[in-house]
Ligand binder design. Structure first.
Ligand SMILES: Nc1ncnc2c1ncn2[C@@H]1O[C@H](COP(=O)(O)OP(=O)(O)OP(=O)(O)O)[C@@H](O)[C@H]1O
Ligand SMILES: [Mg+2]
Ligand SMILES: [Zn+2]
Length: 509
């Protein structure tokens, strides 16, 4: 008998609809699986066969053929196991086929008949909904995650017999549906606050401007001046994720298998701090079956590159294109993958090997050595750092001060207002923050009056700016004006934005 069961797979971060067709007929006993399968999927045959046996289903030997379609799509992963097993049971007449018709079945099988969790359930259930499916059977551990998709009935199962009972028992399905869990009171708790940072007024201001437009930030200074400390607190001054953003972020963590089963919705702004020894693949994503990298895990949040010059050159160079596109593109024979990478990059570094240049009372590094150290950061990468700021050494008094520093919440409320202004202005462009503006957008949204225009013309010549640097300055100036509550970019805004380039001139000349 022929049956069809719906299942899902992930490709990149997208869920795709897969049909599992099963036919059981007389003839030489054999179990074959076809349909452009990767080796992982081919092994499903053994897992399914043994887990059926160990779950107590005695099936007389027949000729079993399983086909996964569409045929032109390479099948990856282990999410079809359960669907294959249920399809076989239905073909043997153990399950009424119609009970599966409007469902999608997702899950890996163990040899003991247990249903194991799989990555990407959020994407898969979301895509199942778009395909018109009305319910999903998922692994128990992924149930809460699947239930984040609204208007979708989701039931988690622990093993194959439980899935069978669920389908055989009238009414069981209704009882098992997991209602969407949605806990907006789940406020992010970062455990760190900007009020802990003493002094460093200029550094804190730069962090606020960067956060207000999602611009990239480079901090330079001696050891122990608070660079790492500030970077870690930037997520605390970014406005909360919207619900749409939360789901978008959670999807990426889901396909990477990084969502905790009990708290599947990510409500904190991502903060990723890959070590400089991380491979470039883990930074931008990749692999035979491409998975998102740190850049995409930082989507809608912060990618922190601490000790920037310590990163291998190739790692820094592969970041260049994605930073411009705010997305990562990876091509493989089986298709091309697009991962979002809409994050702000925050980088920190010492100006030389010892860390104290240009303080000659402490730094013994030769001029040539300093130059060589700084040159590890290429000009094009430097161009992408919208704000460069110095974190000077702070005195003992300042470190010990018990003064009243502004809290993250206070700074965040200003950042939020600036964000709202940008969202409103950019609504027709389909983007939501200044950093996302392309050259074309800058021309439209960052118009300057005559006076400001001639100021920029003068400076462009004098500093020998690249076109990219010019646009970036205008974008940062736009954000400063937004923080200032001004519709017009004025000289003082341009002045501050240019100031964030001054350091670059001083160190890199
Ligand atoms: N501005 C500051 N206010 C309060 N504490 C500070 C400040 N700067 C540094 N500290 C203290 O010093 C510690 C080290 O600071 P941090 O790690 O941020 O330095 P850094 O600039 O990243 O140094 P390095 O260049 O060595 O990485 C912090 O954990 C904090 O306790
Ligand atoms: Mg540090
Ligand atoms: Zn030095």
């Amino acid at each position: 008998m022929y049956t069809k069961v719906n299942s899902m797979m992930v490709q990149g971060i997208d869920g795709l609809f897969i049909s599992v067709e099963t036919d059981v007929s007389a003839g030489l006993p054999e179990f074959s699986m076809v349909g452009y399968l990767s080796s992982e999927v081919r092994e499903a045959r053994e897992r399914v066969r043994i887990s059926l046996k160990n779950s107590g289903f005695a099936l007389p030997p027949r000729r079993i053929t399983v086909n996964l379609s569409p045929a032109d799509l390479r099948k990856e992963g282990t999410s079809f196991d359960l669907a294959v097993a249920l399809g076989i049971l239905a073909s043997y007449g153990h399950l009424p086929e119609q009970c599966l018709r409007r469902l999608a079945v997702i899950g890996e099988l163990g040899l003991d008949g247990g249903v194991r969790p799989v990555p990407g359930v959020l994407s898969m259930v979301g895509a199942a909904k778009e395909a018109g499916v009305s319910g999903c059977i998922v692994p128990k551990e992924n149930e809460a995650e699947g239930a984040l998709v609204e208007e979708m009935a989701v039931a988690g199962v622990e093993n194959l017999p439980e899935a069978v009972r669920l389908l055989q028992t009238p009414g069981a399905w209704q009882e098992r549906i997991r209602e969407p869990v949605w806990t907006p009171e789940d406020r992010p708790n970062y455990g760190e606050d900007f009020s802990e940072v003493n002094g460093q007024i200029a550094l804190k201001r730069a962090a606020e401007v960067a956060a207000a437009g999602m611009h990239n930030l480079l901090m330079i200074g001696p050891p122990g001046s608070g660079k790492t400390m500030v970077a870690r607190r930037i997520p605390t001054i970014l406005p909360e994720l919207t619900r749409k953003e939360s789901l978008e972020v959670s999807k990426i963590y889901s396909v990477c298998g990084l969502l905790p089963p009990d708290r599947p919705l990510k409500t904190e702004r991502p903060f990723r701090a890959p070590h400089h020894t991380a491979s470039y693949q883990s930074l931008v994503g990749g692999g035979r079956v491409p998975k998102p990298g740190e850049l995409s895990l930082a989507n809608r949040g912060v990618l922190f590159l601490d000790e920037l010059p310590e990163f291998p050159k190739v790692s820094l160079e592969v970041l260049r294109q994605p930073l411009e596109d705010r997305a990562v593109r990876i091509s493989r024979v089986q298709g091309s993958y697009l991962f979002p990478a809409d994050c702000m990059v925050v980088a920190a570094m010492n100006p030389c090997r010892c860390g104290y240049y240009p303080d000659r009372s402490r730094c013994q590094c030769g001029e040539a050595e300093v130059k060589r150290y700084l040159r590890r950061i290429s000009r094009p990468l430097l161009d992408r750092m919208d704000l460069c700021v110095e974190a000077p050494a702070i005195g003992f008094e300042a470190v010990r001060a018990e003064g009243e520093n502004e809290t993250s919440a206070q700074i965040r409320s200003r950042v939020r207002e600036a964000w709202e202004r940008q969202r409103h202005r950019l609504r027709d462009a389909g983007i939501d923050c200044n950093a996302q503006m392309t050259g074309r957008h800058v021309k439209t949204y960052c118009r300057l009056d005559e006076q400001e225009e001639s100021m920029m013309a003068h400076i462009f010549e004098k500093l020998g700016l690249s076109a990219r640097a010019y646009y970036r300055i205008l974008k940062v100036a736009r954000t400063i004006a937004d923080l200032d509550g001004e519709d017009k970019i004025m000289e003082r805004h341009l002045g501050e934005a240019l100031g964030y380039r001054g350091l670059e001139q001083r160190f890199w000349g």
